[in-house]
Design a protein around this ligand. Structure first.
Ligand code: TRP
Length: 333
C-alpha cells in the first residue's frame, strides 16, 4: 500500500474552505493508503504565534480533523514537534538544498512581503522542513493544495540531490495529489478572493464552529447579484459570487455544480440561500457536536496525539537514523 503524508497548520478554527478544500479529502484516503497526518506546529512558528494560542489551536485542529472523520485508529495522527525525526532530517536537508532553489519559492516571497530582511530564517527554510516531513516516512504521495506544488517539486529535487551526493537510492520520488480543485471556496464578500482565516471580516467565511444562526446570517448576507440562477454553467461566467454559492452547495451535497443548476434554475438568491444555509447546518452540525465533545476533554485529545506520535516515531526514527548514517554521522549506539 502506498504511504501518504500530509500536514496542516494549526492556524485556528478551520473554515469551510479548509474543510472542503483539504480536510474532507483526507478521509476517503484512509481506505486506499497508509495515511500519516500531521498538525505542523513547527511550520506555524515561522511567523509569530502567541504561545498559549498555538497550543490551543494545535489541539483544536487535531480535534477538528478527528471530528471531520480523520479517524486516529485508521491513520497516524500526531503533532510535528513531538517527533524529532522531522527536525533532524530538516537539518540535513538545509545542507542539501541550494540557496538558488529556495530563492525561487513564491510562497516565501508572498509571506515575507516587502520587508524581506526582517523575515525569520525559518520562513526561508520552511520548504526544507516540509520535505523532511514527507521523506522521514518514505511517503510517496502527498495531498496538497495547488499552492504547495512548488514545495513538493523542491522536495523531489532535494531527494534526488541527496541520493546523488551520497551515491544511494534512499529517498523515493513523491507525487502530489492535488486536492480541492473542484471545491475552491471563495470569500462570501468577494467571489474573486479565497475564503480565508486572515480576512478581517468574519462575515467573509464560515467557520467550522459557527452555529446554525451564524451560518444562516452569513449566507443570507453573502454578496450576490440580482439575476436569478442560470440553468447552465456558462450562465455563471462573470458571476463569481453566484458560482461560489453554487459550488458550495454542490460540494456539501455531493453533486456537480451543473446538477445544482438543474435543480435551482430560475431561482432567486432569496430562496437559494435558504436551501444552502439549511444544507450547511445539516452537514456541519454533527461535525460541530463531535468537536465539542472532544474538546470537552483536552487530556483525552492529547493522549490520542501522544499515541499518534509514538507510532509516527516508530516509522520515522529508523529512516532518519539511516539517513544520518549515510551522511557519516557516528552511530549513536
Ligand atoms: N506547507 C503546508 C501548507 O501550508 C503544510 C505542510 C507542512 C505540509 N508539511 C507538509 C503539507 C508535508 C504536505 C506535506 O499547507
Amino acid at each position: 500500500m502506498q504511504r501518504v503524508f500530509s500536514g496542516i497548520q494549526p492556524s485556528g478554527i478551520p473554515t469551510l474552505g479548509n474543510y472542503l478544500g483539504a480536510i474532507r479529502n483526507w478521509v476517503p484516503m484512509l481506505d486506499q493508503y497508509e495515511c500519516i497526518y500531521c498538525v505542523v506546529d513547527q511550520h506555524a512558528i515561522t511567523v509569530w504565534q502567541d504561545p498559549k494560542e498555538l497550543a490551543r489551536q494545535t489541539r483544536e485542529m487535531a480535534a477538528a480533523l478527528i471530528a471531520c472523520g480523520v479517524d486516529p485508529d485508521r491513520c497516524v495522527l500526531f503533532v510535528q514537534s513531538h517527533v524529532h525525526a522531522h527536525t533532524r532530517l530538516a537539518w540535513i536537508f538545509n545542507c542539501v538544498a541550494r540557496l538558488g532553489w529556495l530563492n525561487r519559492m513564491t510562497q516565501f516571497k508572498d509571506k515575507a512581503g516587502k520587508d524581506r530582511e526582517n523575515a525569520g530564517s525559518g520562513l526561508y527554510v520552511y520548504p526544507n522542513l516540509m520535505a523532511a516531513d514527507i521523506h522521514a516516512y518514505h511517503a510517496t504521495a502527498v495531498p496538497v493544495g495547488e499552492d504547495q506544488k512548488q514545495h513538493l517539486e523542491l522536495a523531489n529535487d532535494i531527494a534526488e540531490k541527496f541520493n546523488h551526493d551520497y551515491g544511494v537510492d534512499f529517498f523515493p520520488h513523491i507525487d502530489p495529489i492535488i486536492q480541492g480543485v473542484a471545491a475552491r471556496v471563495m470569500s462570501l464578500r468577494d467571489g474573486t478572493k479565497k475564503m480565508s482565516k486572515s480576512d478581517p471580516s468574519d462575515q467573509s467565511r464560515i467557520n467550522l464552529t459557527d452555529d446554525a444562526d451564524a451560518i444562516s446570517l452569513k449566507i443570507r448576507r453573502a454578496k450576490t447579484d440580482p439575476e436569478p440562477l442560470p440553468g447552465e454553467l456558462a450562465g455563471l461566467d462573470g458571476r463569481p459570487e453566484a458560482r461560489n454559492l453554487v459550488g458550495i452547495l454542490a460540494a456539501i451535497t455531493g453533486v456537480t455544480p451543473a446538477d445544482v443548476l438543474k435543480d435551482h434554475a430560475g431561482q432567486g438568491f432569496g430562496t437559494f440561500k435558504g436551501v444552502l444555509a439549511d444544507a450547511l447546518v445539516a452537514h456541519l452540525g454533527p461535525i460541530q457536536s463531535e468537536m465539542k465533545r472532544l474538546l470537552a476533554d483536552p487530556a483525552a485529545v492529547d493522549a490520542l496525539l501522544r499515541k499518534g506520535s509514538d507510532r509516527a516515531a516508530a516509522i520515522a526514527d529508523p529512516i532518519v537514523t539511516k539517513a544520518e548514517e549515510l551522511v557519516g554521522f557516528l552511530p549513536r549506539r
